[in-house]
Ligand binder design. Structure first.
Ligand code: ZN
Length: 94
């Protein structure tokens, strides 16, 4: 198949099929997903309502807070750095 340019990264790539408009680079795939989500939210009211309900459940139930706490704990375990203490240390510049 002929190589085509894509506007997002301005590079030529060989699409796997006629529908493919994004190359496989991470940023281009991210742009593809954002474009898909924007289109879906604009054209599918059920999907939009489901997304809003899901987001509300995630934030109101406290799961989001619990998740972020776990992420911080894991980050601290992996790096040995406590983000809050590090931030305070930089502020005070000890
Ligand atoms: Zn690309």
């Amino acid at each position: 198949m002929e190589r085509i340019p894509y506007a997002y990264c301005n590079e030529f790539f060989t699409p796997r099929n006629r529908k493919q408009k994004f190359c496989n680079k991470a940023d281009c795939q991210k742009a593809r997903k954002v474009a898909w989500l924007r289109n879906k939210m604009a054209t599918d009211s059920d999907y939009e309502a489901d997304q809003k309900l899901s987001h509300k459940k995630w934030t109101v139930s406290g799961l989001r807070t619990a998740f972020l706490t776990l992420v911080k704990q894991k980050q601290e375990r992996l790096t040995g750095v406590n983000p809050k203490l590090e931030s305070l240390r930089k502020t005070v510049s000890i």
